[in-house]
Design a protein around this ligand. Structure first.
Ligand SMILES: [Zn+2]
Length: 392
């Protein structure tokens, strides 16, 4: 981890209420906004070339993790009016969802901040309605210390309130996504090992038009380019990740030619939850020893005896093929399998539920690593039975 001063910064003098300049006219219909994160996060300001010129980033940058067990102070810079208060309450309600999986707590009631949040248009900083972005992980604190701009922008348009169901979904989608950035997660579609090929001309047509009106350069930075920052920890490519934009068909294809499409993700995916727990495991928990699974053996009793524990197994297939990994019982679980014991390395797959059966293709006769977490890994405990059998 990079050297980091964990002390939060006093932000009370930053951007006094009401000095944001003239607000953007309320002429936009409710629409889903894209996160405009770039390079080191933060909005793109055409007047500041450095905000466009950096290489783009894409899963979780390990160099930007906060220390696990951190209590992060989140400071709202503004938004004491009715709409601002509604946004602030949504942040208080939704952001702590991450704390069910990552051992990081958010405290919204301190005069100091590790992460500053702006909820109003700030024309002098080039921040208008629909600006959603956040610096990555511990970079937030550097931005707070430097001053002059927010670490995170959540500038929801007031007209969104006209459709309460849409507003709820937008709050969930955007706030979970931006707090994902604040924990160090990068855009899923920009990770270096993504298995898709973009049609740049098609992306330019779609994102160059309203409501985004992005320049070809911005589209490269937001979508086409891959991450070139610090070391990345990532599971399998996950179209349902909260860190994935919603993409319609026609913009990218998988290697086999099939079209790439991603849904409107407003909740954390099973892989998001496992990755969050891998990056921020519960501090100070004694972990049980890993044990071996043998294909065809009767189900083996397992338990998560203490909050934060992860039950770990290894499995070596006699020959490559399809295998069903089953975790039986009523305990809600996160079940994952990965190729390397100590790194997801782009080869981690996860599923969530009770009485889970996960079929995976294991392509090598080598050890694979299975982990069983409670579905709320920071707080839950319970028992299960686990087994593996050939599925082909
Ligand atoms: Zn983003």
């Amino acid at each position: 981890m990079a050297a980091m001063d964990p002390l939060p910064v006093d932000v009370s003098p930053f951007i006094p209420e009401g000095e944001g300049g003239p607000a953007t006219p309320l002429d936009l219909p409710p629409a889903m906004g894209y996160c405009a994160n770039q390079a080191a996060g933060g909005p793109i300001d055409p007047r500041r070339p450095e905000t466009e010129a950096r290489p783009s980033r894409a899963a979780l940058d390990l160099s930007k993790r906060w220390p696990t067990g951190s209590k992060l102070h989140v400071g709202f810079l503004n938004g004491a009016d009715a709409w601002g208060s509604r946004i602030r309450q949504a942040v208080r309600d939704i952001a702590p969802t991450w704390s069910d999986y990552a051992d990081v707590a958010f405290d919204f009631d301190q005069p100091t901040a590790h992460i500053t949040v702006n909820v109003l248009p700030l024309p002098q900083l080039g921040i208008g309605y629909g600006t959603y972005c956040s610096y990555l992980g511990s970079d937030c604190l550097g931005v707070v210390r430097q001053g002059g701009q927010p670490a995170m922008n959540l500038v929801f348009h007031p007209s969104l309130a006209s459709d309460p169901a849409f507003l709820r979904a937008e709050f969930s989608r955007v706030i979970l996504h931006e707090f994902g950035h604040a924990l160090g997660f990068i855009h899923e579609h920009m990770r270096p090992d993504r298995p898709i090929v973009w049609d740049e001309a098609a992306a330019n047509r779609v994102f160059g038009a309203p409501p985004n009106n992005w320049s070809p350069r911005t589209i490269r930075e937001q979508i086409i380019d891959v991450y070139r920052g610090g070391p990345i920890e990532a599971g399998m490519f996950d179209p349902s990740s909260i860190m994935m934009y919603q993409f319609p068909a026609g913009l990218a294809r998988y290697a086999d030619g099939s079209p790439f499409v991603s849904p409107n993700n407003a909740a954390l995916s099973p892989m998001d939850k496992v990755m969050a727990n891998l990056a921020y495991p519960k501090a100070g928990v004694e972990q049980p020893a890993e044990s071996a699974l043998v294909a065809g053996d009767p189900p083996k009793a397992g338990a998560i005896a203490a909050a934060g524990q992860v039950a770990r197994y290894r499995f070596r297939p006699a020959r490559p093929g399809l295998f069903a990994i089953r975790a039986e019982g009523v305990t809600p679980l996160l079940l994952s399998v990965q190729r390397d014991r100590d790194s997801a390395a782009g080869r981690l797959y996860a599923a969530e539920g009770s009485n889970l059966s996960m079929t995976v293709r294991l392509t090598e006769s080598r050890d694979y690593f299975v982990a069983v977490r409670h579905a709320k890994p920071l707080s839950g405990t319970g028992e299960f039975r686990i087994s593996v059998r050939p599925a082909s």
